[in-house]
Design a protein around this ligand. Structure first.
Ligand SMILES: *Cc1c(COP(=O)(O)O)cnc(C)c1O
Length: 225
């Protein structure tokens, strides 16, 4: 199957209200261009350097999403063009993004990454940490970042009930944050959850944005998570 066939297959399974982010990490520009030529305009990368290299050579109407762990000293390379950062897991990082956004003279959209899995390896904020962040004075002074929702990764397991439970939990957390902190903020609307192996469950549980890599581009040559 070609990239465009794969892409069309994924599209058939998702409602139009769900945004598809094509995760192109590790895949060469020629393959990513196949998806572009099939109409895909939103791509996600998990490494700053790789995203910048692709941004430089690919068409400029692409929206680039960063989905991986972000180091503060690398924000400056993506601040001028990144469209959404899914992986904000501390006030320190959000503050550093704000600082680079000021320099780039733009407002950068971000999602707060929430820890929902049982694995110790997954990054993200707990419910208490989310509350603490959003109620802090420091957060309220950030003028050049816009928090647009939450992102989460479920445990890597065949246990569908487990995955469903974790996605349900993320939806509950989103709703609670929406009610408490963003009741009149239309831009706070995203629940980024669901990957190749679990996006159907995620959509079932209220995902608005899925991040799909291998189902579109095939398996990655190496594991860059
Ligand atoms: C790689 C990656 C994905 C895509 O994973 P697939 O299983 O290939 O669909 C989604 N989200 C994040 C954060 C990733 O790093």
């Amino acid at each position: 199957m070609s990239v465009s066939d794969n892409l069309n297959k994924v599209r058939q399974h998702i409602p139009s209200s769900v945004t598809l982010v094509a995760i192109s990490k590790t895949h060469p520009v020629e393959h990513v261009m196949e998806a572009y030529n099939a109409g895909q305009r939103i791509f996600g990368e998990n490494k700053v350097q790789e995203m910048v290299s692709k941004y430089e050579v690919m068409p400029k109407d692409i929206q680039w999403h960063l989905v991986g762990h972000l180091q503060t000293n690398k924000i400056k390379y993506i601040a001028p063009f990144v469209s959404l950062i899914h992986s904000v897991d501390s006030l320190k990082l959000l503050t550093a993004i704000n600082k680079e956004a000021v320099k780039a003279n733009r407002v950068i959209d971000c999602l707060l990454q929430v820890y929902i899995a049982e694995e110790e390896t997954k990054f993200g904020l707990s419910s208490d940490e989310l509350k603490e962040l959003l109620e802090s004075e420091q957060y309220k002074q950030l003028t050049h970042v816009r928090v647009c929702g939450v992102m989460g990764m479920a445990t890597f397991t065949d246990n569908e009930a487990q995955v469903r439970k974790e996605f349900k939990n993320l939806k509950t957390i989103f709703t609670s944050l929406k009610n408490s902190y963003f009741p009149n903020t239309n831009s706070f609307k995203h629940i980024s959850m669901g990957m190749s192996g679990d996006y159907a469950i995620a959509i079932d549980e209220g995902s608005t944005m899925i991040r799909v890599g291998s189902s579109i581009f095939g398996h990655r040559a190496y594991n860059s998570n």
